[in-house]
Write a protein that binds this ligand. Sequence first.
Ligand code: ADP
Length: 306
Amino acid sequence: MNCIEVKGLSKKYGNFQSLQDVSFEIKIGDFLAILGPNGAGKSTLMKIISTLLKGYSGKVEICGYDIEKDSKKVREKIGIVPENFLLYDKLSAWENMIFFGGLYHLPRKVLFERAERFLKSVEMWDWRNKKIKEFSFGMKQRVNIARAFMNDPDVILLDEPTASLDIKSALAIKNLLKEVNGRGKTVIFTTHILKEVEEMANKVAILNFGNLVAFGTLEDLSKNLTEKTLTIEVEDHLQDDLFSKNGLKAQKIGQKVVFNYTTTQELDMIINMIAQSNLSLKSINSSKGDFDRLFLKLTDKGRDKN
Ligand code: ADP
Protein backbone atom coordinates (compact mmCIF):
# COMPACT_ATOMS: atom_id res chain seq x y z
CA MET A 1 0.00 0.00 0.00
CA ASN A 2 1.09 3.54 -0.63
CA CYS A 3 1.84 5.44 2.54
CA ILE A 4 1.01 8.85 1.11
CA GLU A 5 -0.82 9.77 -2.07
CA VAL A 6 -0.96 13.41 -3.12
CA LYS A 7 -3.21 14.04 -6.12
CA GLY A 8 -3.51 17.34 -7.97
CA LEU A 9 -2.80 19.40 -4.88
CA SER A 10 -3.08 23.18 -5.35
CA LYS A 11 -3.15 25.98 -2.80
CA LYS A 12 -3.73 29.69 -3.24
CA TYR A 13 -3.14 32.47 -0.73
CA GLY A 14 -5.46 35.13 -2.14
CA ASN A 15 -4.41 35.35 -5.77
CA PHE A 16 -1.02 33.89 -5.09
CA GLN A 17 -0.54 30.29 -6.25
CA SER A 18 1.60 28.65 -3.60
CA LEU A 19 1.19 25.06 -4.85
CA GLN A 20 0.23 24.11 -8.40
CA ASP A 21 -1.17 20.66 -9.22
CA VAL A 22 1.32 18.65 -7.18
CA SER A 23 1.00 14.85 -7.36
CA PHE A 24 3.24 12.09 -6.02
CA GLU A 25 3.11 8.85 -4.07
CA ILE A 26 5.41 7.29 -1.54
CA LYS A 27 5.50 3.82 -0.02
CA ILE A 28 5.59 2.68 3.60
CA GLY A 29 9.19 2.93 4.82
CA ASP A 30 10.24 5.60 2.33
CA PHE A 31 12.42 8.50 3.47
CA LEU A 32 11.33 11.49 1.39
CA ALA A 33 13.19 14.80 1.25
CA ILE A 34 11.27 17.81 -0.04
CA LEU A 35 13.68 20.33 -1.46
CA GLY A 36 13.34 23.73 -2.99
CA PRO A 37 14.48 27.34 -2.73
CA ASN A 38 12.82 29.78 -0.30
CA GLY A 39 9.18 30.34 -1.16
CA ALA A 40 8.95 27.17 -3.27
CA GLY A 41 5.95 25.89 -1.30
CA LYS A 42 7.66 23.30 0.93
CA SER A 43 6.07 24.47 4.19
CA THR A 44 2.69 24.85 2.53
CA LEU A 45 2.88 21.25 1.32
CA MET A 46 4.01 20.01 4.74
CA LYS A 47 1.26 21.91 6.55
CA ILE A 48 -1.41 20.45 4.28
CA ILE A 49 -0.11 16.88 4.64
CA SER A 50 0.13 17.41 8.41
CA THR A 51 -3.59 18.39 8.49
CA LEU A 52 -2.65 21.87 9.77
CA LEU A 53 -3.71 23.84 6.68
CA LYS A 54 -7.01 23.68 4.82
CA GLY A 55 -8.51 25.53 1.87
CA TYR A 56 -6.64 23.57 -0.81
CA SER A 57 -7.87 21.73 -3.88
CA GLY A 58 -6.87 18.16 -4.72
CA LYS A 59 -6.64 15.15 -2.48
CA VAL A 60 -4.20 13.72 0.05
CA GLU A 61 -4.40 10.25 1.56
CA ILE A 62 -2.22 8.93 4.36
CA CYS A 63 -2.27 5.18 5.08
CA GLY A 64 -5.45 5.00 2.98
CA TYR A 65 -7.25 7.74 4.94
CA ASP A 66 -8.33 11.04 3.42
CA ILE A 67 -6.64 13.80 5.43
CA GLU A 68 -9.77 15.92 5.45
CA LYS A 69 -12.57 13.37 5.85
CA ASP A 70 -10.64 11.09 8.21
CA SER A 71 -8.43 13.69 9.86
CA LYS A 72 -8.79 12.06 13.30
CA LYS A 73 -7.48 8.72 12.01
CA VAL A 74 -4.71 10.49 10.09
CA ARG A 75 -3.59 12.35 13.22
CA GLU A 76 -3.21 9.06 15.07
CA LYS A 77 -0.86 7.86 12.33
CA ILE A 78 1.36 10.92 12.01
CA GLY A 79 3.91 12.75 14.15
CA ILE A 80 4.29 16.43 13.31
CA VAL A 81 7.29 18.70 13.63
CA PRO A 82 6.12 22.06 12.23
CA GLU A 83 8.26 25.13 11.53
CA ASN A 84 7.63 26.51 15.02
CA PHE A 85 8.14 24.61 18.26
CA LEU A 86 5.06 22.84 19.56
CA LEU A 87 6.10 23.00 23.23
CA TYR A 88 5.10 24.83 26.39
CA ASP A 89 7.93 27.14 27.42
CA LYS A 90 7.08 27.11 31.11
CA LEU A 91 6.99 23.32 31.39
CA SER A 92 10.03 21.09 31.62
CA ALA A 93 11.05 18.75 28.80
CA TRP A 94 9.59 15.81 30.74
CA GLU A 95 6.29 17.63 31.47
CA ASN A 96 5.92 18.50 27.78
CA MET A 97 6.39 14.88 26.77
CA ILE A 98 3.81 13.73 29.32
CA PHE A 99 1.36 16.50 28.39
CA PHE A 100 1.48 15.87 24.63
CA GLY A 101 1.63 12.08 25.04
CA GLY A 102 -1.40 12.36 27.35
CA LEU A 103 -3.47 13.70 24.46
CA TYR A 104 -3.37 10.19 22.99
CA HIS A 105 -4.82 8.58 26.15
CA LEU A 106 -1.91 6.21 26.54
CA PRO A 107 -1.62 3.99 29.61
CA ARG A 108 0.65 5.65 32.19
CA LYS A 109 3.35 2.99 31.85
CA VAL A 110 3.54 3.40 28.05
CA LEU A 111 3.51 7.19 28.40
CA PHE A 112 6.47 7.16 30.79
CA GLU A 113 8.38 4.57 28.77
CA ARG A 114 8.05 6.53 25.53
CA ALA A 115 8.92 9.87 27.16
CA GLU A 116 12.10 8.33 28.54
CA ARG A 117 13.00 6.48 25.36
CA PHE A 118 12.64 9.46 23.03
CA LEU A 119 14.25 12.01 25.35
CA LYS A 120 17.20 9.62 25.54
CA SER A 121 17.27 9.13 21.78
CA VAL A 122 17.68 12.90 21.20
CA GLU A 123 20.20 13.09 24.06
CA MET A 124 17.98 15.27 26.26
CA TRP A 125 17.36 12.83 29.11
CA ASP A 126 19.85 14.53 31.44
CA TRP A 127 18.01 17.83 30.87
CA ARG A 128 14.49 16.47 31.33
CA ASN A 129 13.65 18.49 34.44
CA LYS A 130 14.69 21.88 33.02
CA LYS A 131 12.12 24.25 31.57
CA ILE A 132 11.99 24.65 27.79
CA LYS A 133 12.60 28.42 28.08
CA GLU A 134 16.05 27.68 29.54
CA PHE A 135 17.13 25.65 26.52
CA SER A 136 19.16 26.66 23.47
CA PHE A 137 17.43 26.56 20.07
CA GLY A 138 18.99 23.18 19.27
CA MET A 139 17.91 21.66 22.60
CA LYS A 140 14.36 22.92 22.09
CA GLN A 141 14.26 21.37 18.65
CA ARG A 142 15.50 18.06 20.04
CA VAL A 143 12.65 17.98 22.57
CA ASN A 144 10.22 19.18 19.90
CA ILE A 145 11.15 16.19 17.75
CA ALA A 146 11.06 13.71 20.65
CA ARG A 147 7.54 15.02 21.40
CA ALA A 148 6.39 14.14 17.88
CA PHE A 149 7.13 10.46 18.60
CA MET A 150 4.84 10.17 21.64
CA ASN A 151 1.97 8.60 19.67
CA ASP A 152 4.37 6.11 18.04
CA PRO A 153 3.50 7.47 14.57
CA ASP A 154 3.83 5.41 11.38
CA VAL A 155 4.66 8.59 9.47
CA ILE A 156 6.80 11.43 10.76
CA LEU A 157 6.56 14.83 9.05
CA LEU A 158 9.24 17.41 9.75
CA ASP A 159 9.55 20.94 8.39
CA GLU A 160 13.26 21.85 8.26
CA PRO A 161 14.16 19.80 11.34
CA THR A 162 17.86 20.65 11.19
CA ALA A 163 17.67 24.33 10.14
CA SER A 164 19.88 26.61 12.27
CA LEU A 165 20.98 23.75 14.51
CA ASP A 166 24.36 23.19 16.13
CA ILE A 167 26.27 20.14 14.89
CA LYS A 168 25.50 18.00 17.96
CA SER A 169 21.75 18.61 17.76
CA ALA A 170 21.63 18.07 14.00
CA LEU A 171 23.49 14.80 14.37
CA ALA A 172 21.22 13.56 17.19
CA ILE A 173 18.16 14.31 15.05
CA LYS A 174 19.57 12.73 11.90
CA ASN A 175 20.53 9.60 13.83
CA LEU A 176 17.06 9.32 15.34
CA LEU A 177 15.39 9.71 11.94
CA LYS A 178 17.65 7.10 10.36
CA GLU A 179 16.98 4.75 13.27
CA VAL A 180 13.18 5.02 13.10
CA ASN A 181 13.24 4.73 9.32
CA GLY A 182 15.36 1.58 9.72
CA ARG A 183 12.47 0.21 11.82
CA GLY A 184 10.06 0.75 8.93
CA LYS A 185 8.64 4.19 9.75
CA THR A 186 8.03 6.58 6.89
CA VAL A 187 9.84 9.91 7.17
CA ILE A 188 9.16 13.10 5.22
CA PHE A 189 11.22 16.20 5.79
CA THR A 190 11.93 19.51 4.11
CA THR A 191 15.44 20.83 3.89
CA HIS A 192 17.81 23.23 2.18
CA ILE A 193 20.81 21.04 2.78
CA LEU A 194 21.58 18.88 -0.23
CA LYS A 195 24.13 16.81 1.67
CA GLU A 196 21.43 15.71 4.13
CA VAL A 197 19.31 14.50 1.25
CA GLU A 198 22.13 12.34 -0.08
CA GLU A 199 22.89 11.06 3.43
CA MET A 200 19.37 10.11 4.45
CA ALA A 201 16.62 10.14 1.85
CA ASN A 202 15.74 7.41 -0.65
CA LYS A 203 13.22 9.63 -2.50
CA VAL A 204 13.37 13.30 -3.39
CA ALA A 205 10.73 15.84 -4.39
CA ILE A 206 11.96 19.15 -5.76
CA LEU A 207 9.58 22.10 -5.68
CA ASN A 208 10.08 25.36 -7.54
CA PHE A 209 7.51 28.17 -7.43
CA GLY A 210 4.84 25.75 -6.26
CA ASN A 211 5.48 23.22 -9.03
CA LEU A 212 6.87 19.74 -8.51
CA VAL A 213 9.80 19.87 -10.93
CA ALA A 214 11.33 16.49 -10.04
CA PHE A 215 10.33 13.42 -8.09
CA GLY A 216 11.97 10.03 -7.72
CA THR A 217 14.85 8.17 -6.17
CA LEU A 218 18.16 9.97 -6.07
CA GLU A 219 19.47 7.41 -8.53
CA ASP A 220 16.61 7.99 -11.00
CA LEU A 221 17.03 11.72 -10.86
CA SER A 222 20.74 11.72 -11.40
CA LYS A 223 20.45 9.09 -14.15
CA ASN A 224 17.87 10.99 -16.17
CA LEU A 225 18.44 14.61 -15.44
CA THR A 226 21.93 15.34 -14.41
CA GLU A 227 24.28 16.52 -17.07
CA LYS A 228 27.41 14.43 -17.10
CA THR A 229 30.63 15.07 -18.96
CA LEU A 230 33.05 12.99 -20.95
CA THR A 231 36.39 14.60 -21.69
CA ILE A 232 38.86 13.31 -24.23
CA GLU A 233 42.38 14.53 -24.81
CA VAL A 234 43.85 13.85 -28.23
CA GLU A 235 47.31 13.81 -29.80
CA ASP A 236 46.06 15.20 -33.11
CA HIS A 237 45.16 18.69 -34.19
CA LEU A 238 41.40 19.12 -33.74
CA GLN A 239 39.16 20.65 -36.33
CA ASP A 240 36.79 23.15 -34.76
CA ASP A 241 33.61 21.55 -36.07
CA LEU A 242 34.65 17.92 -35.81
CA PHE A 243 32.12 16.97 -33.16
CA SER A 244 29.50 19.63 -33.54
CA LYS A 245 27.27 17.32 -35.56
CA ASN A 246 24.13 15.43 -34.56
CA GLY A 247 23.22 18.07 -31.99
CA LEU A 248 25.90 16.93 -29.57
CA LYS A 249 27.13 19.42 -27.02
CA ALA A 250 30.89 19.52 -27.43
CA GLN A 251 33.35 22.17 -26.37
CA LYS A 252 36.91 22.26 -27.70
CA ILE A 253 39.54 23.47 -25.25
CA GLY A 254 43.05 23.16 -26.75
CA GLN A 255 43.73 19.49 -27.28
CA LYS A 256 40.71 18.52 -25.23
CA VAL A 257 37.07 18.06 -26.09
CA VAL A 258 34.43 18.14 -23.34
CA PHE A 259 31.12 16.46 -24.18
CA ASN A 260 28.02 17.12 -22.10
CA TYR A 261 25.34 14.47 -22.12
CA THR A 262 22.37 13.39 -20.04
CA THR A 263 21.21 10.04 -21.43
CA THR A 264 23.02 6.79 -22.19
CA GLN A 265 21.87 7.10 -25.84
CA GLU A 266 23.76 10.38 -26.11
CA LEU A 267 26.80 8.78 -24.55
CA ASP A 268 26.63 5.94 -27.13
CA MET A 269 26.52 8.51 -29.93
CA ILE A 270 29.54 10.32 -28.51
CA ILE A 271 31.52 7.10 -28.21
CA ASN A 272 30.59 6.10 -31.77
CA MET A 273 31.70 9.46 -33.12
CA ILE A 274 35.01 9.29 -31.27
CA ALA A 275 35.56 5.77 -32.63
CA GLN A 276 34.77 6.89 -36.18
CA SER A 277 37.01 9.96 -35.99
CA ASN A 278 40.19 7.83 -35.86
CA LEU A 279 41.80 10.27 -33.45
CA SER A 280 44.51 8.88 -31.19
CA LEU A 281 43.37 9.43 -27.64
CA LYS A 282 45.80 10.55 -24.95
CA SER A 283 43.29 10.35 -22.11
CA ILE A 284 39.59 9.91 -21.44
CA ASN A 285 37.72 11.03 -18.33
CA SER A 286 34.12 10.95 -17.29
CA SER A 287 32.42 12.79 -14.47
CA LYS A 288 29.01 12.09 -13.06
CA GLY A 289 26.99 15.23 -12.63
CA ASP A 290 26.32 15.86 -8.97
CA PHE A 291 23.11 16.46 -7.14
CA ASP A 292 23.96 20.11 -6.45
CA ARG A 293 24.09 20.83 -10.15
CA LEU A 294 20.85 18.98 -10.74
CA PHE A 295 19.13 21.00 -8.02
CA LEU A 296 20.41 24.31 -9.38
CA LYS A 297 19.40 23.39 -12.90
CA LEU A 298 15.86 22.50 -11.88
CA THR A 299 15.30 25.51 -9.69
CA ASP A 300 16.93 28.30 -11.67
CA LYS A 301 13.80 28.96 -13.72
CA GLY A 302 11.71 31.93 -12.70
CA ARG A 303 7.96 31.74 -12.17
CA ASP A 304 7.28 33.37 -15.58
CA LYS A 305 9.35 30.83 -17.43
CA ASN A 306 7.60 27.77 -15.97
P1 ADP B 1 8.94 27.43 1.50
O1 ADP B 1 8.60 26.63 2.71
O2 ADP B 1 9.37 26.59 0.34
O3 ADP B 1 9.92 28.54 1.78
P2 ADP B 1 6.21 28.41 1.75
O4 ADP B 1 5.33 27.23 1.58
O5 ADP B 1 6.45 28.91 3.14
O6 ADP B 1 7.60 28.14 1.00
O7 ADP B 1 5.63 29.61 0.92
C1 ADP B 1 5.32 29.49 -0.46
C2 ADP B 1 4.82 30.82 -0.96
O8 ADP B 1 3.56 31.11 -0.37
C3 ADP B 1 5.75 31.97 -0.59
O9 ADP B 1 5.85 32.86 -1.69
C4 ADP B 1 5.05 32.63 0.59
O10 ADP B 1 5.32 34.02 0.62
C5 ADP B 1 3.59 32.34 0.31
N1 ADP B 1 2.86 32.18 1.60
C6 ADP B 1 3.11 31.27 2.55
N2 ADP B 1 2.26 31.40 3.59
C7 ADP B 1 1.45 32.45 3.29
C8 ADP B 1 0.34 33.10 3.93
N3 ADP B 1 -0.09 32.69 5.12
N4 ADP B 1 -0.24 34.13 3.30
C9 ADP B 1 0.19 34.55 2.09
N5 ADP B 1 1.22 33.98 1.40
C10 ADP B 1 1.84 32.95 1.98
